[in-house]
Design a protein around this ligand. Structure first.
Ligand code: PEP
Ligand code: MG
Length: 326
């Protein structure tokens, strides 16, 4: 199998019926970078910048942040990289940052973009590091755990101020700055068109989105059997996001764990996704799946299954039967 995946590395990522699919990888530390070449990923769809903060014993200095981001962009060598601004809080705690995680409901608490808007110094330092590291290149930045559009406007103001500051000091700026939002909080489902009119791209964080849509703690092992995103309601919801992306001409990626299992990746393609980001080890198996996939037929079958009153077992059975047949 490893042999096969290595062979697939240089092959185009196209379904049997000719649809191009972008397979991206998730990363977060410098040690992940060699995987970019080894896996044959089209780029880094999710760079979890908080990991640098989580392995440190104090806040990483601006210089250290800039160095890491520069190394990432060097390693990517022109392939797109999407940096997520620090997603601290919830399940991602920093022992040296009091107040985070010590809450009644950390998952619903002071975290991610909420935290960085309340402590704008953190976002300013990180943005300055990103802008400097990406001088002369395109910079893609996305905000985690966005709940309402106003948070994007607020973040953009902070970012714009950093851009103005750096240009005043004649710094070499990125050629282009693209700002995106993660769809992880269900409230965005009722603001999709507006959301897509204010960002350059969106990325679905299916781990958190599923957790919040179904009120199922993603880290609770007793609920592991219920953490099953291949279900009719969740797939309908994912399909709605992909449709909104088509309608508004906004690029949509999905970067949760769902993307990394061939059978669920297949479901995502059937639900309309054309770009997914996963752990690098999953790229080979997912690519092996999609090059054999008649996507148009799957999409038709998927739509029928989601329109019918299908159970979760029906969806699974349909996907497995389809996979076995093809
Ligand atoms: C997600 O929530 O699906 C996601 C990709 O982000 P993380 O797993 O880092 O919360
Ligand atoms: Mg998340």
């Amino acid at each position: 199998r490893q042999e096969l995946y290595r062979e697939l590395r240089g092959k185009p990522s196209v379904t049997k019926d000719g649809v191009q699919i972008d397979l991206m990888m998730n990363a977060g530390l410098a040690v992940d970078l060699p995987q970019l070449l080894d896996s044959g990923a089209a780029g880094i769809g999710l760079f979890r910048t908080e990991l640098q903060f989580m392995v440190a014993s104090t806040f990483p200095r601006a210089e250290a942040q800039e160095r890491l981001y520069r190394d990432v962009l060097e390693a990517a060598d022109g392939k797109p990289v999407t940096f997520r601004t620090i997603d601290i809080g919830g399940d991602k705690v920093l022992p040296y940052f009091k107040g985070v995680g010590q809450e009644e409901n950390p998952a619903l608490g002071w975290r991610a973009v909420r935290l960085t808007l309340d402590r704008p110094g953190l976002l300013r330092t990180q943005m300055r590091a990103l802008l400097k590291a990406a001088g002369g290149r395109e910079l893609r930045v996305m905000l985690p755990m966005v709940t309402e559009i106003s948070e994007i406007r607020q973040a953009r103001e902070i970012i714009d101020r950093e851009v103005r500051h750096l240009s005043r000091f004649a710094h070499h700026l990125p050629t282009k700055l693209k700002l995106g939002a993660m769809i992880e909080v269900p409230s965005l489902m009722w603001q999709l068109d507006e959301l897509m009119s204010v960002v350059d791209f969106v990325s679905v964080g299916s781990n958190d989105l599923f957790q919040f849509v179904t009120a199922t703690d993603r880290g609770n092992t007793q609920l592991a059997g219920r953490f099953e995103p291949i279900s009719v309601p969740f797939l309908r919801l994912l399909r709605q996001i992909a449709e909104a992306g088509n309608r508004t001409g906004t690029s949509v990626t999905l970067c949760g764990e769902l993307a990394g299992r061939p059978i669920s990746a297949m479901a995502l393609l059937g639900a309309g996704y054309r770009s997914i980001s996963m752990s690098p080890a999953a790229i080979g198996p997912v690519k092996a799946m999609l090059i054999e996939l008649p996507l148009e037929r799957l999409t038709r079958l998927m739509n029928e299954t989601l329109e019918a009153h299908s159970s979760e077992a029906d969806v699974r059975a349909m996907l497995h039967a389809f996979a076995a047949e093809h």
